[in-house]
Design a protein around this ligand. Sequence first.
Ligand SMILES: [Zn+2]
Length: 282
Amino acid sequence: MKRLIHVIFQVAALISLSGCATNPATGRKVFDYYSWDEEVKIGQQTLSVNEQQMHKSGVPVNRDTARVAQIQEIVHRITAVSDNPQLPYNVTLFQTNIVNAAAAPGGSMMVFQGLYDPKVGLVADNDEMAAVLGHEIAHVNCRHVTRQICIATSFGAATEVGAEILARKNHQQVAWALRGVFAAGTTLLIPAYGRHEEAEADHLGTLYMARAGYDPRAAVRIWKRAMEQAGGKHDSTSIFATHPSDKARYEALLRLLPDAMEEYRKTTGHYPPGYDPAHPAP
Ligand SMILES: [Zn+2]
């Protein structure tokens, strides 16, 4: 009986202290028992593990100041108009041929140089990079990693999390929501999302990039390109493997384009060159 009362108190405390967050993609309340501070800590730890792994295999952090400044500028502009501009967003560029970008909880992001590769990469200009980063920043704002943990763990397990959020037990839960991808003799941790989370990140990310003044047609363009490359041989680190694109995804982005263009127009005062609202398809 005493144990039962204890558990009831724990559950009540959890609900009152941390219970609900709002999902910016839907405006609906979602159950998430992590605080933003905890998300930031988890993200920083994930980034630190990945940096150590990369260092071990001889992959340096890219210090090309022009390229890094270009990426930081995109991150800065998009996060400023996101739902959580207060987060300590940061981006690290790794000098490796991996074709991908990823965001850990709380805003720690990684871009891999291969994304820019003219032959096998995905992005060719700033608008396209903004589309990829907008998508990643949307995952952060929707708190997709911790939401997955909260949905998947039983309520009973949730009560055991308590204040020791980064205790060993919880590390396992976080590790469960991250995918190990194998690159250059290392195992990198990147978040593993389902189709539903991907659709939310596409939607919100495209609105964010447009609101930041980047041409949202770039999002349609790159995910169409990804769709055309789907089914090919891609290793597990590739954005084509971690973000498989299909017709439904491309069509959803196409449907969103008129709304995204209005966001762009509100920011810049005009549509991007060559855009005709009567014929929105790029
Ligand atoms: Zn994604």
